[in-house]
Ligand binder design. Structure first.
Ligand code: DCP
Ligand code: MG
Ligand code: MN
Length: 332
């Protein structure tokens, strides 16, 4: 679940907040992902804008803010509220849909299905668990905990624990915690672990490593760190961990990548998503295609060639002549 960041008490903070709320409405209720992403982009741009916004006209100069959003900003700045949002909030069905989609694993369509049979709140849902998949039940069980932000210090401890644990299991494992944590944020929504092994390459002749991630997850369950599995494949684990009895349950993702794809993965999963988008666009401008696995040149017939050899994040920036940015600078 992607949530709005906590914002300071300022015009920009308040504007960004109502734009995030509109974005959630479009995503969860209207199921209009296009509009949802337009609002989210504007919200992010305004949240990170250095100068205080005092008019819609001024905001329009920001990339991602168009005429309609500028009008809403004017209405908000002059009246202190937004009629559209007041109406949305007054509608009980909207409220219910927004609430239910906050459960990890419940999307807009599932939420609608639940509201249609009269389930409107978390207590209702707990009485009708049979309507949920195994993964959604886990989301419901930990509803309160998953809404809590994870302090950096806790992830630091998980990181150390994981590194010691993997090292004991097999010293050729390499792991990096990516996401907002690697970008240096004070708190995170979940824990995004990338894992590789020095012997595991994408080469087809490389022997099968289909059990590698499953083994790691199995051992982490035994150790007590992993408490639930939402999904588990050869390359991706989604589940739950708990550092110790006194700390909340946390969403944990682990992805296993071949060593030759590790740095494209680290780059992608470090984000931010906006930074990724801009970097991918730059790569295309330079004649390359970049994704979470590989960087490939595009030839004259517009076909992607073989992946380039990469042994660091810097390599990727170098190939496409993009100024290197430290993880903490990767906001856009
Ligand atoms: N990512 C992306 N595009 C998406 C989703 C994810 O580029 N649509 C990449 C960038 C993200 C990273 O994956 O930084 C991890 O995804 P998260 O949803 O966990 O996002 P963050 O870790 O950045 O934030 P949070 O603290 O909310 O987990
Ligand atoms: Mg994350
Ligand atoms: Mn994640």
């Amino acid at each position: 679940k992607r949530k709005a960041p906590a914002l300071e008490d300022s015009n920009n903070g308040r504007i960004s907040e109502f734009l995030f709320e509109l974005s959630n409405f479009e995503k969860n209720v209207s199921r209009d992902n296009h509009r949802a992403s337009a609002y989210r982009k504007a919200a992010q741009a305004i949240a990170s804008h250095e100068v205080e916004i005092k008019s819609g006209d001024q905001a329009k100069a920001i990339k991602g803010v168009g005429k309609k959003i500028a009008e809403k900003i004017d209405e908000f700045l002059s009246t202190g509220k937004l009629r559209k949002l007041e109406k949305i909030r007054a509608n009980d069905t909207n409220e219910a849909l927004n609430l239910l989609t906050r459960v990890s694993g419940i999307g807009p369509a599932k939420a609608r299905e639940l509201v249609d049979v009269g389930i409107n709140c978390i207590e209702d849902l707990r009485l009708h668990e049979d309507k949920l998949t195994a993964g959604q039940k886990i989301g419901l069980k930990h509803f309160e905990d998953f809404e809590k932000r994870i302090p950096r210090a806790e992830i630091e401890r998980v990181e150390q624990l994981l590194k010691d644990f993997l090292n004991r299991l097999d010293s050729q494992f390499v792991s990096t915690i990516c996401g907002s944590y690697r970008r240096g944020l004070a708190t995170s929504g979940d824990i995004d672990v990338l894992l590789t092994h020095e012997c595991y390459t994408s080469d087809k002749s490389s022997k099968s490593h289909g059990h590698m991630l499953k083994n790691v997850v199995e051992e982490l369950k035994k150790s007590g760190l992993i408490t639930d599995t939402i999904s588990l494949g050869d390359a991706k684990f989604m589940g739950v961990c708990q550092l110790e009895d006194s700390t909340p349950f946390r969403r944990l993702d682990i992805r296993l990548l071949p060593v030759d794809q590790f740095f494209c993965g680290v780059l992608y999963f470090t984000g931010s998503d906006l930074f990724n988008k801009n970097m991918r666009a730059h790569a295309l401008d330079m004649g390359f295609t970049l994704n979470e696995y590989t960087l490939r040149p595009i030839d004259v017939a517009h076909v992607a060639e073989a992946p380039l050899p990469i042994s660091s994040e810097e390599d990727i920036f170098d190939y496409i002549s993009y100024d290197y940015k430290e993880p903490a600078e990767r906001t856009h």
